[in-house]
Design a protein around this ligand. Structure first.
Ligand SMILES: NC(=O)c1ccc[n+]([C@@H]2O[C@H](COP(=O)([O-])OP(=O)(O)OC[C@H]3O[C@@H](n4cnc5c(N)ncnc54)[C@H](O)[C@@H]3O)[C@@H](O)[C@H]2O)c1
Length: 246
């Protein structure tokens, strides 16, 4: 049984979708959760939902693509709780286009959130983890990191997340901090719900288990990685995709 009582867990982009599933799971296992997003209303809704079943949650907006804001956010969490034990870098966006049609703005927006934002959050958070010689960072990459048509920006950023994860795992291992990446496959959230029916069917056909994933499928793996039971696992990249990439 996973018990996260007494652990302070930050999940970025947790107002909706995968992040919401993750933060709700961590709270249900006893963690003190910090719900963070750029969208205030979704933060408040998620906090209320967690509190309605007796979970512990505090909401605070943070745009992870702004380094000063990320630093200030981390310092505020540390001032309030004294530490961060679990950091899940989940906030992410897509701006899909074929490379020859992709604007520089679409490239930069995705880079700013999906890779720069992970670094901006990790840098101040791992300082406190290094000092107390414990902590767990889980970065959300994507099955698309291996390359996907129309996603040059997204794939490059998600591949970058893996390089960052493995480097941080090597730097922080002797300090008792684990750093892992998860590659979700095709998970039912606002990011995927908008795809045309034929694309949905094509994606589901690629999945060995024959269905799109749910946020909870990813959250279960994260809960394990965040727990004491996973404290000998670091620098790993784990596919949670129902066998989409085999
Ligand atoms: N849904 C999938 O199939 C899938 C597959 C692989 C990877 N992922 C990754 O999982 C993560 C979550 O995706 P999702 O499907 O839940 O997407 P989503 O669009 O449903 O939710 C993303 C959340 O991030 C927030 N966000 C966006 N920009 C932000 C910023 N600058 N700072 C803070 N928060 C911000 C949004 O407000 C939203 O609440 C992303 O990193 C995504 O790339 C998703």
């Amino acid at each position: 049984m996973i018990d996260l009582s007494g652990k302070v867990a930050v999940v970025t982009g947790s107002g909706r979708g995968l992040g919401k599933g993750i933060v709700m799971k961590l709270a249900s296992l006893g963690a003190e959760t910090i719900v963070s997003d750029i969208d205030d209303r979704s933060i408040q809704e998620t906090v209320q939902e967690i509190q309605s079943y007796g979970g512990k949650a505090f909401g605070k907006a943070c745009n992870v693509s702004q380094p000063d804001e990320a630093e200030e956010f981390v310092q505020e969490v540390i001032a309030r709780y004294g530490t961060i034990d679990i950091l899940v870098n989940n906030a992410g966006i897509n701006r899909d286009a074929m490379m020859h049609k992709m604007s520089v703005e679409e490239w930069q927006q995705v880079m700013n959130v999906n890779i720069n934002g992970v670094f901006y959050m990790m840098q101040p958070a791992v300082k406190v983890m290094r000092e107390k010689e414990s902590g767990s960072v889980i970065n959300i990459s994507s099955a698309s990191w291996q390359g996907n048509i129309g996603q040059a920006n997204y794939a490059a950023a998600k591949a970058g997340v893996i390089g960052l994860t493995k480097t941080a795992a090597k730097e922080l291992g002797k300090k008792g901090v684990t750093v892992n990446a998860i590659c979700p496959g095709f998970i039912e959230t606002d990011m995927t719900r908008g795809v045309p029916d034929h694309v949905w069917d094509m994606m589901v056909n690629k999945i060995a288990l024959g269905r799109a994933g749910q946020p909870e499928d990813v959250a279960n793996c994260i809960a394990f990685l965040a727990s004491e039971q996973a404290n000998y696992i670091t620098g790993e990249v784990i596919n949670v995709g129902g066998g989409m990439v085999l």
